[in-house]
Design a protein around this ligand. Structure first.
Ligand code: FAD
Ligand code: SF4
Length: 461
């Protein structure tokens, strides 16, 4: 008999006033009993509507069915056929707009907690199955991957399994891309990412860190070194600024810099090799997931007041509802319909405040959202000592500027076909470098598709 409860089984979490002072994971995961009980809410629908909402088409009712039968390893194996990072996706995928939005149980009540069950099966596998994957048999052919984020890691894993000798070249000193430098520890523990990367290394994938393609060596050097095909998964890590006066003051960060110092360099630990200002009053400008992460990190670093400053209303915020709710529970203040016009500093060039105006919503713009317009006479100054700009990112132009014949669009994104092929033979690309800032699962999907296309291309030579 299915479990006909209208609500999902709650996920245990750290209480807000405890977690906003530490960097440990907020959500604690289902127990075996909670997972089996939640799995029993699935109706095993014949036409599997939930699968149509999954960008990598995981057989959702099949893996949930295994959990229901207490075959947790079997559930993991089904997940792993389509997703190389299920423990990551179970934590950070926006399931509410993907698989769960299509679940029939959501018509009357809440959908099955597909994401929580994915996380459960992946965590169960990690804690019970310690066997490292065996190295794949080689075919003697070399492929290079640029960038060790989810797109590059997925592409590398699939090609290595197909017999190629894959080397990933990563600009930072640690592999993982946004999974390690952007998404905070309290949403995605780095030990999970490390374990996935160790598995890839056990397969035989080589990872060369501290190599910036376009500076240390170029794409064309890689071809000369005997790599027969190249996948570019270099992401979209170049921050945008508002171009208002005062953005060069001390205490103004891009969200990328702030999060990298906090998450990758662990600025919150005593003796961390990177400095970060311990601010008292912080404003994060923007309303996306990155803004929520930056605000929640600032609070955990000890700020007394953290404001989200967003020019539209809360309804238009692009951040996941769950992230907004978590931020509010942790004491983040929301200043919506508010737009900064200038950051003001003191004689020593430290931030002391931010001039803002209040906004109201006018006619819809090209995105279909109502355009914010300034309310006359509404200017005011927020008293602050730190401003974090989180208004979007775009791909870094380095690779485009050092690779002849690689076409990019007006936003600086590499132009690639559906299978990842770019305007240059042998060069494939995917993830945020092609789409602009998107999601982990889409980046992984692009890496997977490109790996298949690279294999077909190299076999045809
Ligand atoms: P990236 O993850 O950006 O990896 C690119 C890698 O390439 C990086 O390691 C970079 O150092 C390296 N690189 C760049 N240039 C070079 C070069 N020239 N030479 C060598 N290496 C280079 N998505 C979700 O689905 N859920 C979330 O909850 C979520 N939260 C997010 C929170 C933050 C703070 C941020 C910034 C993003 C978030 N995203 C989230 C988006 C998601 O992380 C990205 O869409 C995804 O990581 C893109 O993967 P990628 O492989 O294309 O690029
Ligand atoms: Fe189960 Fe919902 Fe998918 Fe139906 S739509 S198979 S109930 S997860």
């Amino acid at each position: 008999m299915p479990n006909m409860a209208l609500k999902k089984n709650e996920m245990p979490v750290q209480p807000p006033q405890v977690r906003n002072r530490n960097f440990s994971e907020v959500a604690l995961g289902y127990t075996e009993e909670q997972a089996v009980d939640e799995a029993a809410r699935c109706l095993n629908c014949k036409n599997k509507p939930c699968v149509s909402g999954c960008p990598v088409a995981i057989d959702i009712p099949a893996f949930i069915g295994r959990i229901r039968e207490r075959d947790f390893e079997g559930a993991y194996q089904i997940l792993h056929q389509q997703s190389s990072l299920p423990a990551v996706c179970g934590r950070v995928c926006p399931q509410e707009t993907q698989c769960e939005s299509k679940c029939v149980r959501g018509i009357k009540g809440e959908p099955v907690a597909i994401g929580r069950l994915e996380r459960f099966a992946a965590d169960w596998h990690m804690s019970h199955c310690k066997e490292a994957p065996q190295p794949a048999a080689g075919n003697g052919r070399k492929v290079a991957v640029v960038g060790a984020g989810p797109s590059g890691l997925t592409c590398a894993g699939d090609l290595q399994k197909a017999g190629y000798a894959v080397t990933i070249f990563e600009a930072l000193h640690t592999a993982g891309g946004v999974l390690v430098y952007g998404i905070p520890e309290f949403r995605l523990p780095k030990a999970i990412v490390r374990q996935e990367i160790d598995n890839l290394k056990a397969l035989g994938v080589k990872i060369e860190t501290n190599v910036i393609i376009g500076r240390t060596i170029t794409i064309d050097d890689l071809f000369e070194d005997g790599f027969e095909a190249i996948f570019i998964g270099s992401g979209a890590g170049l921050p945008r600024f508002m171009n208002i006066p005062g953005e060069n003051l001390k205490g103004v960060y891009s969200a990328n810099e702030f999060l990298t110092r906090t998450n990758l360099m662990k600025a919150y630990e005593e003796g961390s090799p990177t400095p970060i200002q311990r601010a008292k009053k912080v404003a994060v400008v923007g309303g996306g997931n990155v803004a929520m992460d930056a605000a929640r990190c600032a609070k955990r670093l000890g700020a007394e007041e953290v404001h989200i400053v967003y020019r539209r209303s809360e309804k238009e915020m692009p951040a996941r509802l769950e992230e907004v709710e978590h931020a509010k529970e942790e004491g983040i203040l929301f200043d919506t319909l508010t737009n900064p016009t200038e950051i003001v500093g003191d004689d020593h060039k430290f931030v002391r405040g931010m001039k803002c105006v209040r906004m109201e919503l006018g006619e819809p713009d090209a995105s279909g959202r109502r355009r914010p317009v300034e309310k006359p006479g509404s200017a005011f100054v927020m008293d602050l000592d730190c401003v974090i700009m989180s208004i979007g990112t775009s791909p870094n132009p380095l690779i485009r500027n050092t690779t002849k014949g690689l076409d990019t669009n007006a936003h600086g994104c590499i132009i690639a076909r559906g299978d990842g092929l770019t305007s240059r033979e042998g060069i494939y690309a995917g993830g945020d470098a092609v789409t602009g800032a998107a999601t982990v699962i889409l980046a992984m999907g692009a890496g997977k598709t490109a790996a298949q296309a690279i294999d077909e291309y190299l076999r045809s030579l």
